[in-house]
Structures are given as structure tokens and as C-alpha cells.
Write a protein that binds this ligand. Structure first.
Ligand code: 5GP
Ligand code: MN
Length: 334
């Protein structure tokens, strides 16, 4: 990727707005914090504004307490005056939900740094390549190639967390010897892998673990036990005092069962619902999500539905998924 343009834009401008997708994960927040620290070290004015609250297990990243939740009145002036808006870890304007209009109408330079396939036409400059394991991995390459800043512990820490989480702790397909070489360099700065893992995954509230139990109780296997699905109703969140962000990773559990190749998790939201898809091998679940207006990666995708009722739509989504899955296998066998 040619990062010179990005370097030039950074050098030539002063005020930067960073944002990421709804329901941010550690690649999203880690990339924002790393980019914030890179730009700050160059004495830029930097603001992070997100649609969603930061999940409680990721709050520890934000040691500068810089992340703000979008508020039209409070942030209008900033959107009017900032020079550059950087979209991190997403590739379509609807992923910033309440901020979408402001994002689209932003008059300055819009940049996307991301590793999802098929970006929408929504910014001026794309630093996008879906062969990267994480958005944090792209940011690492950017600073290494351009030598814009040194790789300090403060920058390496969120980049390590971004790559660790988006590779499923170094097991997904994009985990390579070359990636481990990068990880080695990040660890050289003093990052403690056990500490990062513990902060992100092993400091849960008991309500999350109880929610996991209730979710696993709904698990059903269909299509000769090759597809697994689960669901969570709003009432269960309320009863347990659990949050949507607590469901991160739940959808992977069915894939730990023998023969299961595709997993779905339906989550009822305050308004509408979302579905997460995960797969093993080459089953492109982003194509299934795309059919419902969503998107994502080959093995991890999702879609949100704002104006329909989950239990009414579940049969359609499951039927489409089964058909897609079976056609996919027929095609592979030809
Ligand atoms: P999750 O299931 O963890 O919410 O999302 C998995 C992946 O699917 C994310 O990395 C994201 O790329 C993609 N994704 C989830 N929901 C949506 C959506 O509503 N629209 C699009 N375009 N992608 C989504
Ligand atoms: Mn990512």
C-alpha cells in the first residue's frame, strides 16, 4: 500500500477527527488510540468521537480519557472545523449510525483505514486492504514504512491488542509467520501479552458469563449438525443487567462443536435486532450478511435490522443461510 499520501495529509493538516464503527471491538478502539497517539506526538489536535459507548472491558485503553460519544449539538462545530476525518475499521457510512449525516456532509478530507473487503464509495482516500489481519496491522505498516513516528510502547500496546483480538488470539487465517514477526517487534517495546489478554477477556462481569449460559441454552444444530444458531431476547439482557457488548465472541462457541462449519447469533436490540455470522474454512458469510444489507469478512460478518421483529425474521434468515450453505457446497464439489 502506498502510504505517502496519508503521510502528506497528516503533515499538511492540523485538526483530526477519528471515528470507528458501532459496537466497537478492540481493533476499532485500539486503532483509534494508536492513531491518536501518533498524531498527538506530531503535535496535532486530535479528537475521537464514536457512536457507541466504549465496552467496559476496553475502557482501559483510553488512559487519556479522550473518547467522546457523538452528540450533534456538542460536536457540530468540530465537524465544521476539522481538517481531516479518519474512519477506522469500517467501510460504509451507515456503520457510524447517528453520525452518518455528519460523516457524509463533512467538508474536509475523508480517509478510510480498514481491512474489510468491498469498501463503499464514502471517503476521498482509501488505505484499505483485506489481506491485513487487523486495522491495527495497517497502522503498524504505515508507521514502519513512512517512519513518521517511532514505535513506542504507547503506540505498540493498542496495536498489539488490535491484532491479538482480530486474529482470535493468533489462530485465524491471516495469522502468518510475517505477522508473528510484527508481534515480536511490538513485544520488544515492553507489551505484556498476558496482561493484554487478561484485561480484554478475563475481567468480565458475572452478568456476562450468566448471559453466555443463557445464550448457549438456546443453541440448536441444523443441516446435519453443520450449522449452529442461538438467540438472545431483550428481556434476558434486562433480567441479567447485561449489555449488547457482552455478547462479543459468543457466536464463536457453536464452531467449537465437531462438524459445525457455520454459526449464527441473533440478538434482539432496543430497536430491531442484529445477526452475527461466523464460519470455518472458505464459506463466505459476508455474502450472506450482504444479502440482508450487512457485510464483513469471509469468516465473520453481521447485519442489523432496524424495523423488523427478530422472531418473525429468524426463519427467513435461517432458510437463506441453509440454502446458501448447501449451494456453496454443491458448487465446491462440481
Ligand atoms: P459482529 O458479528 O462481531 O458484530 O461483526 C462481525 C463483522 O461483521 C464485523 O467485523 C463487521 O465487519 C461486520 N459487520 C457486522 N455488522 C455489520 C453491519 O451491520 N454492516 C456491515 N457492513 N458489516 C457488519
Ligand atoms: Mn478489524
Amino acid at each position: 500500500m502506498n502510504f505517502e499520501t496519508l503521510k502528506n495529509i497528516i503533515e499538511d493538516n492540523n485538526t483530526f477527527l477519528l471515528t470507528t464503527h458501532v459496537n466497537p471491538d478492540a481493533d476499532a478502539i485500539g486503532s483509534e488510540i494508536a492513531m491518536y497517539r501518533i498524531l498527538k506526538s506530531l503535535r496535532k489536535d486530535v479528537y475521537i468521537i464514536n457512536h457507541s459507548d466504549t465496552p467496559y472491558n476496553l475502557e482501559f485503553f483510553d488512559t487519556e480519557n479522550i473518547i467522546r460519544i457523538f452528540d450533534e449539538k456538542k460536536h457540530k462545530q468540530l465537524f465544521d472545523e476539522a481538517d481531516v476525518l479518519i474512519a477506522l475499521d469500517f467501510n460504509s457510512a451507515n456503520r457510524v449510525v447517528s453520525m452518518q449525516k455528519f460523516f457524509e456532509e463533512f467538508k474536509g478530507i475523508k480517509i478510510c483505514i480498514d481491512h474489510h473487503p468491498n469498501p463503499e464509495n464514502f471517503v476521498n482516500h482509501y488505505f484499505v486492504d483485506d489481506s491485513y489481519a487487523a486495522t491495527g496491522h495497517i497502522i503498524y505498516d504505515f508507521i514502519k514504512q513512512t517512519k513518521l513516528v517511532d514505535l513506542s510502547y504507547e503506540i505498540a500496546y493498542p496495536l498489539y491488542a488490535a491484532i491479538m483480538t482480530d486474529t482470535g488470539s493468533f489462530r485465524f487465517q491471516k495469522t502468518s509467520s510475517q505477522l508473528h514477526g510484527i508481534i515480536s517487534e511490538l513485544l520488544e517495546t515492553g507489551v505484556d501479552p498476558g496482561e493484554v489478554y487478561d484485561k480484554i477477556y478475563d475481567q468480565s462481569k458475572i452478568s456476562k458469563i450468566k448471559l453466555l449460559g443463557r445464550t448457549l441454552d438456546t443453541l440448536k444444530l441444523i443441516d446435519s449438525d453443520r450449522i449452529g444458531y442461538m438467540y438472545i431476547m431483550q428481556g434476558t439482557f434486562k433480567e441479567l443487567g447485561a449489555l449488547e457488548s457482552d455478547t462479543e465472541n459468543f457466536v464463536n462457541y457453536p464452531l467449537s462443536i465437531e462438524n459445525v462449519l457455520l454459526s449464527l447469533l441473533f440478538i434482539e436490540l432496543k430497536d430491531g435486532f442484529k445477526v452475527s455470522f461466523r464460519s470455518k474454512g472458505n464459506i463466505p458469510v459476508n455474502e450472506i450478511a450482504a444479502n440482508f444489507g450487512g457485510g464483513g469478512h469471509t469468516n465473520a460478518s453481521g447485519a442489523r435490522f432496524h424495523s423488523s421483529i427478530m422472531i418473525d425474521e429468524m426463519p427467513n434468515i435461517l432458510n437463506f443461510t441453509r440454502e446458501f450453505f448447501n449451494n456453496y457446497y454443491q458448487d465446491q464439489n462440481v
